[in-house]
Design a binder for this molecule. Structure first.
Ligand code: BG6
Length: 491
C-alpha cells in the first residue's frame, strides 16, 4: 500500500528561530520529507530567520546537518538534498529591535503567494515579532502565522498571547500547533469513530463504563528544567495534548471535517468538563514528582537533582478523574494520567465497556472480562479490541479474553510521517482542522486554572514516586477507589 501525495502551491515559509532546536530536529527534516515525496513544488522558499549573523551557505550547512541527522538514510538522496537546500535562504532579524526587518521585507517582495510565518521561538517573543511583522506590512491576504505551546500559563496569560497575535493576524490566519493532533494515530481516532458504523451507537454512558487516557514517558526533564519547572505536567501535557485527546474521544460527530465544525464540537466538550474546585481537587487529582530510580535499565537521578535545585513543588506526574457533564457522558469517568520517568513510553486511550448484564455460562468457564477498545497512539500504533471467545478444543466451555489486534506496522508498509510533516503542510493548505482555535485554548485553561489554584492553596507537595514505576500509589488509589484499575497489561 502506498501513500498518496497531493502537491501544494508554491509558498514562502519564514521560520523565526530558524537556527533553533525545533527547526533542527523537526521543521527542516519534516519539510525535507515532504519535498522528497514530491509534495513541495519548485519555486517554494524556506527562509530561516534568527538573530544570528549567518551567511546563506552557513544556513544551508546547518540544514544539511539537520537532514543528515534526523532523516533516515533510505529516505534521502544527495540529489534531492541538494535541490532542497537550494530552496533555503537566511535573513538575520532582531525580534525585539529594528534590524533585519527591511531585508526580510525585501526578500519576501510583494508576491501574493502563500506566506507562512512560523514562530519557533519562546512565547515571550510572539508579541514583538507580530508587531514587527505588522509594522513592516508583511501580512498579505495569503499569510498565516504558526505558533506553538505554551500559549500562556493561565487563562489570563493565554488571552494576552491571543490578543497580541490577534492584533496582527485574523483568527483564520492563526495556526496554533498541538503536535498531538498531527500524529497519524490521533487522526485515526476520527476515522475509527466516524468511518465505522460499529462503535458510534455504543459510544455513550449506556455502554461505556469509563475511559482511560495515558501519556507516559520514560524520559526525565533533561535540559528543559528551566522551562519545565515553571510549567509542570498539568500545564505541559494535560492543558493541551491530553485534553485534545479527550475532546476527540468525547465530542459529538461534527457535521464534516471542516475546521470549524470539528473545533465547535471539541469546544463543547471542554465547556462541559466538570470544574474541579479546591474542595474536589484533593479527591480527584494526584500529583507526583520522580525520585531517583531506573529508566530503560539505567540508574537515573531524581527530578530535583536533574534540576540541580534544593527543592521544587513542580509535578512531573499528574492523574485526574475528569467528568463531562452532558447527556452522552454523565457518570462516565475519564481517568487521565501523564508523567515523566514512568515504567514505559506509551500513549494509549482505553475505552472500557460495561460488563454483560448476566452470564449464561457455568461456573468454572473462566472469568468474563469487560470488552475494551485500546487505541495505542505510540509507540507501535495499534488498535486492539478485546473480546471474549471460547478457547478452542475440548474441556467444555472455557472462556478466554483475547485482542483482535490491528498493528500498523503489519498492515501498512510505508513510512509513518512525523506529526510536523502533516501540520506544516496543512498550514500551507490553509486547513485549520488540526489546529487549536482561540476559544478552545482558553476553555482548556479555564478548566486547568482552578486545579492549579487548588494545589497551590492546599499546602501539600507532590507525592514522590520512584523513577521507572507507574507513578505514586495515590494514582492507583484514585481508580481503585472506584473499583477500577489502570490497564497496564495492554502495554
Ligand atoms: C511536549 C512536551 O509538548 O510533548 C514534552 O513539552 C513532552 O514535555 C512531549 O515530552 C511529548 O511528545 P511526544 O510526541 O514525544 O509524545
Amino acid at each position: 500500500m502506498t501513500s498518496r501525495v497531493i502537491p501544494v502551491d508554491p509558498f514562502d515559509y519564514v521560520v523565526f528561530g530558524g537556527t533553533g532546536d525545533l527547526a533542527r530536529r523537526k521543521l527542516l527534516p519534516s519539510l525535507y520529507h515532504r519535498f522528497h515525496d514530491g509534495q513541495i513544488p519548485d519555486g517554494s522558499r524556506i527562509i530561516g530567520a534568527s538573530r544570528r549573523d549567518l551567511s546563506e551557505s552557513k544556513y544551508r550547512d546547518f540544514a544539511r546537518e539537520s537532514i543528515e541527522k534526523f532523516v533516515a538514510k533510505e529516505d534521502r538522496t544527495a540529489a534531492k538534498t541538494k535541490k532542497f537546500l537550494s530552496m533555503l535562504s537566511y535573513v538575520a532579524v532582531d525580534a525585539t529591535g529594528a534590524s533585519g526587518w527591511k531585508e526580510l521585507a525585501r526578500h519576501l517582495g510583494d508576491s501574493e503567494r502563500i506566506r507562512a510565518f512560523y514562530l519557533a521561538v519562546g512565547p515571550d517573543l510572539f508579541d514583538d515579532i507580530c508587531q514587527q511583522i505588522g509594522k513592516h506590512k508583511l501580512v498579505t491576504p495569503n499569510s498565516r502565522l504558526v505558533i506553538e505551546k505554551p500559549i500562556g500559563k493561565s487563562l489570563e496569560s493565554a488571552r494576552a498571547v491571543n490578543n497580541a497575535v490577534g492584533a496582527v493576524f485574523s483568527e483564520d490566519q492563526i495556526f496554533r500547533i498541538d503536535h498531538y493532533l498531527g500524529k497519524e494515530s490521533v487522526q485515526n481516532l476520527m476515522a475509527l469513530r466516524f468511518a465505522n458504523a460499529l462503535y458510534e451507537p455504543l459510544w455513550n454512558s449506556a455502554h461505556i463504563d469509563h475511559v482511560q487516557i495515558t501519556v507516559a514517558e520514560t524520559l526525565g526533564v533533561g535540559t528543559r528544567g528551566n522551562y519545565y519547572d515553571t510549567a509542570g505536567a498539568l500545564r505541559d501535557m494535560v492543558q493541551n495534548h491530553i485534553l485534545q485527546l479527550l475532546c476527540l474521544v468525547a465530542m459529538e460527530p461534527p457535521e464534516s471535517m471542516d475546521a470549524n465544525s470539528v473545533r465547535d464540537e471539541k469546544l463543547k466538550v471542554l465547556k462541559a468538563l466538570t470544574p474541579i474546585d479546591a474542595e474536589h481537587a484533593a479527591k480527584v487529582t494526584v500529583r507526583g514528582q520522580y525520585k531517583a530510580g531506573a529508566a530503560n535499565g539505567d540508574a537515573v537521578k531524581s527530578y530535583i537533582d536533574e534540576l540541580d535545585a534544593d527543592e521544587s513543588r513542580t509535578e512531573t506526574f499528574v492523574a485526574i478523574k475528569a467528568e463531562i457533564a452532558n447527556w452522552r457522558w454523565a457518570g462516565v469517568p475519564f481517568y487521565l494520567r501523564t508523567g515523566k520517568r514512568l515504567a514505559d513510553r506509551v500513549s494509549e486511550i482505553v475505552i472500557v465497556f460495561r460488563p454483560i448484564p448476566h452470564s449464561i455460562f457455568p461456573s468454572g468457564s473462566g472469568q468474563i472480562h469487560t470488552n475494551r477498545l485500546v487505541i495505542r497512539l505510540q509507540p507501535d500504533e495499534a488498535v486492539k479490541q478485546w473480546i471474549m471467545i471460547k478457547d478452542p478444543g475440548p474441556g467444555g466451555m472455557r472462556l478466554k479474553h483475547i485482542p483482535l489486534d490491528m498493528a500498523w506496522a503489519e498492515t501498512f508498509d510505508h513510512r509513518h510521517p512525523d506529526a510536523y510533516e502533516r501540520l506544516l503542510l496543512d498550514v500551507i493548505r490553509g486547513n485549520q482542522t488540526l489546529f487549536m482555535r482561540r476559544d478552545e485554548v482558553e476553555a482548556a485553561w479555564a478548566w486547568i486554572d482552578p486545579i492549579i489554584e487548588a494545589w497551590s492553596h492546599s499546602g501539600t507537595t507532590p507525592n514522590a514516586y520512584t523513577s521507572g514505576t507507574w507513578g505514586p500509589s495515590a494514582s492507583i488509589a484514585l481508580v481503585e477507589r472506584d473499583g477500577r484499575t489502570w490497564y497496564e497489561e495492554t502495554v
